[in-house]
Design a protein around this ligand. Structure first.
Ligand code: TMP
Length: 208
């Protein structure tokens, strides 16, 4: 499976992934690429239902292991229904979160054993490794401020700062360990500066 153009965006809440993903789409389309924008959890009818369960604040009693397997169920469906066919037909897939989020949120955040996450992740997606992962990084405080301005919070966003500090540290650590795949973008910059950073990265990766 050639998955040369599988791009993922990652980061803690409130770092501006939704805006950044549109910037990535625009740049790639300007380069003549056929782009599929998708997200996890979600991206399929089944996955979006699972997403609702995962994000609902009515499900605060959900155990971390249940959370992990719901996320993975949504991912398995997403890979089969969206990612795999799109890559096979030569499209460029840009996905809002993928397996790095599982290591960061369920591993560092929830405290699940990393080896369990790795085995479960390998079981459903051994061949799907992003070509490029853009990590939008900003201090937790910056993300929290932006979430507050949105007016409502989901089950993850209701977690405390310490939870997100662990997630941020985990993301940065993963980026440090895989410098070829990851590009870290300072998301505390202005929107224009973030767009410029993304543009520079994509020019470098896709024109060479
Ligand atoms: P989003 O709102 O940024 O799209 O993401 C929904 C939430 O799902 C976000 O709080 C992070 C969480 N999540 C995990 O905890 N583990 C995962 O593997 C994925 C993909 C998302």
């Amino acid at each position: 499976m050639k998955n040369y153009e599988f791009i993922t965006l990652e980061g803690i809440e409130g770092v501006g992934k939704s805006t950044a993903i549109q910037v990535v789409k625009r740049i790639l389309e300007e380069k003549g690429r056929d782009v599929v924008i998708t997200r996890e959890p979600g991206g399929t009818a089944i996955g979006e239902k699972v997403r609702d369960i995962l994000l609902s604040t009515q499900n605060n009693e959900m155990s971390p292991v249940s959370e992990l397997f719901l996320l993975l169920a949504a991912r398995a469906q997403h890979l089969a229904e969206v990612v795999s066919p799109a890559l096979a037909s030569g499209k460029c897939v840009v996905c809002d979160r993928f397996f790095d989020a599982t290591f960061a949120y369920q591993g560092a955040g929830r405290g699940l054993d990393i080896s369990i996450i790795k085995s479960a992740t390998d079981l459903i997606s051994p061949f799907f490794i992003p070509t490029l992962t853009l990590l939008l990084d900003a201090p937790v405080e910056v993300g929290f401020q932006r979430i507050k301005n949105r007016g409502h919070t989901d089950r993850f966003e209701e977690q405390n700062r310490v939870f997100f500090e662990r997630i941020r540290a985990s993301y940065l650590n993963r980026a440090r360990l895989e410098p070829k795949r990851f590009c870290v973008i300072d998301a505390s910059q202005s929107l224009g500066e973030v767009s410029n950073s993304i543009e520079l990265i994509l020019q470098d990766k896709f024109d060479s």
